[in-house]
Design a protein around this ligand. Structure first.
Ligand code: GAR
Length: 217
């Protein structure tokens, strides 16, 4: 197998998606490795877990940069380049990125969001899906563009919204499929099967269309 793709995972909190990526990267034949876990928040729970796993961790505290978002991002960029990262995965990263960072990592910067975009961008999206009366929600892994929760969709997975769902029960159901969809998307990227054509993604070599629509069997 060729060298695994080097991935930076950017977190702001718990880091369960980061854990899913780390766990996947340890499976035999997985084509990507987690080169560094970076947080904007020194107290992010996920950092401790990553360090305990023996993974390189880094903190670039956004508070040290005041309102200067681009300087903050240049520091993040310098840190992840130190590790030779080729792909950046946002995994519960709660900082809006500037066009500079998005341009620097264009089509090498992915995000996971807990709704079926373009429905319900932003925050508290599980509650928003319940309040709207949506019958399905899910998760989306997409390339990042400057507009929040927007960009070419790599994979989506759907779950039902049940009549007695609370924000927490729906979030937990969606999170389960996030943990499958994100490693699947990164695997396809590392295998060079993900092409952005216009603003749409074509995954090559996926003969079963169901595998694109919903990886969660
Ligand atoms: C996940 O549900 C992720 O999709 C969401 O934050 C949670 C982070 O959980 N991200 C966003 O809402 C970004 N717009 P985690 O820290 O356990 O991975």
């Amino acid at each position: 197998m060729s060298n695994p793709l080097k991935v930076a995972v950017l977190i702001s909190g718990r880091g369960s998606n980061m854990q899913a990526l780390v766990n996947a990267s340890r499976e035999a034949g997985y084509p990507a490795q987690i080169a560094v876990v970076l947080s904007n928040d020194p107290t992010a729970q996920g950092l401790e877990w990553a360090a305990a796993q023996g993974l390189p961790t880094a903190v670039v505290n956004h508070r040290d940069f005041g309102k200067d978002r681009e300087s903050f991002e240049r520091a993040v960029d310098a840190e992840i380049k130190k590790y030779g990262c080729q792909l950046v995965c946002l995994a519960g990263w709660m900082r809006l990125l500037t066009p500079w960072f998005v341009g620097e990592w264009l089509d090498r910067l992915v995000n996971i969001h807990p709704s079926l975009l373009p429905a319900f961008p932003g925050l508290h999206v599980q509650q928003a899906a319940i309040d709207y009366g949506a019958k399905f929600s899910g998760c989306t892994v997409h390339f990042v563009r400057a507009e929040m929760d927007h960009g070419p969709i790599i994979i989506q997975a759907a779950v039902p919204v049940l009549p007695d769902d609370t924000e927490d029960t729906l979030a937990a159901r969606i999170l389960e499929c996030e943990h499958k969809a994100y490693p699947q998307a990164v695997c396809w990227i590392a295998q060079a099967r993900v092409n952005v054509i216009g603003e749409k993604v074509l995954v090559t070599g996926t003969h079963n269309p169901d595998a694109v629509m919903n990886p969660v069997g």
